[in-house]
Design a binder for this molecule. Structure first.
Ligand code: B1M
Length: 209
């Protein structure tokens, strides 16, 4: 088994220190950071997403694997920045205004990062102004919104409307999700995409681009 395959499989079982160690070893042996990313870390997260989809993995497995992904990324990031690595797209993520639930949003952020997106995570209780201002500053392609409360989900509409009447209209796509959110609701408020979970969020974002 190659070192890159070992990184991939170690990520799948969520052994973060080992992933970091193997990534360092690979770089030390002249391995390319981009190959470690695409063939090791991202491939590993693809396997994790698949296992989650078919019920073999549960949320803790995904969170543990995502942590391993983060540690691997921390090792290779300086090398990636030196090279001409470009993230697939830039997304601004957050839980909507008034809502403090962030477990699902964090999972979506991790899956997106695992799939090669750059995600600026604004945390929870994020206003429409903050979403738009950050999207503008970071030249983002996507705004990702999460809501867990029926009382806060309507605020997603404020972001969609504010975006539509701003100079970012047509440039930035919106994707929404969270336990009370449905495709029907996304259509009603005019969001560009909806995903029921983390792995379909990645697919949805890729389709929107
Ligand atoms: Co709250 N809470 N909570 N809570 N909480 C719910 C949501 C609730 C359904 C519980 C219940 O009554 N059965 C209920 C909402 C009822 C409603 O609106 N109809 C509720 C309530 C009422 C409240 C408070 C108002 C309680 C109170 O204070 N009286 C309060 C509100 C605080 C606030 O936000 N202002 C509150 C507080 C809390 C805690 C702080 C204690 C804690 C949050 C901790 C945290 O997030 N850091 C909490 C929790 C943990 C829950 C439950 C138990 C679990 C939520 C969760 O993390 N699920 C929840 C009950 C439940 O859902 N069973 C509940 C796991 C997570 C992985 O799933 O977030 O759905 P989820 O994310 C999924 C998908 O939805 C999707 O992908 C994720 C992965 O599959 N997804 C996206 C999420 N975001 C996405 C974005 C996307 C795409 C997909 O694209 C951008």
């Amino acid at each position: 088994m190659s070192l890159i395959e070992e990184i991939r499989d170690t990520l799948v079982v969520g052994n973060a220190p080992k992933v970091a160690e193997l990534a360092e070893k690979s770089l030390g042996e002249g391995g390319a950071a981009l190959e470690i990313l695409n063939e090791g870390l991202v491939k590993g997260m693809d396997i994790v997403a698949e296992k989650w989809k078919n019920g073999e993995y549960y949320i803790p497995n995904v969170l543990i694997a995502a942590r391993a992904m983060k540690q691997g990324m921390a090792i290779i990031k300086p090398k990636l920045v030196e090279g001409d690595y470009k993230a697939k797209a830039v997304a601004v993520a957050g839980t909507i205004k008034g809502d403090l639930h962030d477990i699902g949003k964090n999972l979506v952020v991790m899956m997106m990062e695992g799939a090669g997106f750059e995600v600026i995570d604004l945390g929870t209780d994020v206003t429409a102004e903050k979403f738009l201002q950050t999207a503008k500053e970071k030249n983002a392609d996507l705004i990702l919104m999460s809501a867990l409360l029926t009382t806060t989900m309507m605020s997603m509409k404020d972001v969609v409307n504010a975006l539509k009447s701003s100079d970012l209209a047509g440039k930035v796509k919106t994707m929404i999700g969270g336990a009370p959110i449905t495709q029907k609701f996304a259509d009603e408020i005019g969001a560009d995409g909806y995903a029921p979970d983390g792995s379909s969020a990645v697919e949805c974002a890729e389709n929107l681009l």
